[in-house]
Design a protein around this ligand. Structure first.
Ligand code: SF4
Ligand code: SF4
Ligand code: SF4
Length: 253
């Protein structure tokens, strides 16, 4: 019997699921070895009988935690899909602000935000959690959005019962291998020295600084990063502000 696979989304833009839908030819290979039983982005059918659950999105409300625990209870294996699920995503930044500040930031002075309902997380102190803060995670597919090829690689490993390993060296390694000009030389900021590689340094490749969407390395060399910043006269405050974008204050995974 083929393993049954289900996809679920929580607080997210659904861009990572879209990457899976866009796998093109390789999705046919995947479908030939698994039964996709639930995937709202791509099909109407749904089943609660599955072996592997892919979770997209951060976990925000108590009701989401209950739903996630139920999914975990049904699944033999659970995979966090994308930065929102792996590290809480960009929305995790709002954990640092008060409900009033969040409301102001999202709705500005527009009238009407009052009727967003009592269950709207902005009414309470919002807490965006990564999936592993609520349930056990068996594998991670980082990035915002995920890389399609990495998805195919990690999904295959998981389905074969293997524990996939993510690169544990910085984006700078891939960047230097590609012989890119360091974006600091161009007056840009970059989190490459402390960010987990695996994206082939795609942003610096296009002369844009790494924003850290793949999360911290297991052992980020923050001192080395500070040295780079000193060399290019960038303040530590600026560095810490950038760390917040993808929730870098949390432990790496
Ligand atoms: S990780 Fe990025 S692309 Fe994926 S769901 Fe979250 S916001 Fe969207
Ligand atoms: S700091 Fe950024 S641009 Fe410079 S080498 Fe590292 S990844 Fe590349
Ligand atoms: S370079 Fe940085 S921001 Fe860009 S995809 Fe890679 S990890 Fe994400």
């Amino acid at each position: 019997m083929k393993p049954r696979v289900a996809f679920f989304d929580f607080a997210s833009c659904e861009g990572c699921q879209l990457q899976v839908v866009n796998l093109e030819e390789s999705i046919l290979d995947l479908i030939s070895v698994v039964d996709v039983v639930s995937f709202r982005e791509a099909m109407k059918e749904h089943s609660d009988e599955y072996d592997v659950a892919f979770i997209e999105g951060s976990i925000t409300r108590p009701i989401d935690e209950e739903r996630l625990k139920k999914i975990r209870g049904n699944a033999k294996l659970l995979v966090a899909l994308g930065a929102c699920a792996c590290i809480g995503g960009v929305q995790g930044m709002s954990n640092e602000w008060s409900p009033e500040e969040n409301k102001k930031e999202v709705y500005g002075d527009l009238p009407g935000y009052e009727h967003t309902g009592d269950d709207n997380p902005f009414f309470e102190k919002p807490i965006h959690k990564a999936v592993n803060e609520v349930v056990k995670v068996d594998a991670y597919i980082p990035g915002c959005p995920i890389d399609r090829n990495e998805f195919a690689k990690i999904a295959t490993a998981v389905l074969m019962g293997k524990t996939p390993k993510l690169p544990n060296y910085p984006v700078c390694v891939e960047c230097k291998k590609n012989e890119n000009i360091c974006v600091f030389e161009l007056g840009e900021f970059c989190l490459g020295p402390v960010t987990r590689a695996g994206c082939n340094a795609i942003c610096p490749q296009y002369k844009s600084g790494c924003e850290g969407c793949r999360g911290f390395l297991d052992d980020p060399q923050t001192n080395a990063h500070k040295e780079v910043l000193e060399k290019y006269d960038v303040s530590v405050e600026e560095m810490l502000k950038r760390y917040n974008m993808f929730n870098f204050r949390k432990e790496g995974y």
